[in-house]
Design a protein. Structure first.
Length: 59
């Protein structure tokens, strides 16, 4: 299900880390519920959620 449907996540943006906070602040002024949900790194083929300990590695 999570591969096919967004499961409640309305929109996702991928931006450079130095721009993430200013973009999130700009969006929060216009849309309630804006948050940073993760980051990109070079530690293998997995998605690590912003919440510590949450990761997805079986896609």
């Amino acid at each position: 299900m999570h591969r096919t449907f967004n499961m409640g996540t309305g929109m996702i943006l991928a931006v450079s880390s130095e721009h993430a906070e200013p973009i999130a602040a700009w969006l929060e002024e216009r849309m309630l519920g804006t948050r940073i949900i993760g980051h990109v790194n070079d530690q293998g083929h997995k998605v690590t959620h912003a919440l510590e300990g949450v990761e997805f590695s079986h896609y």
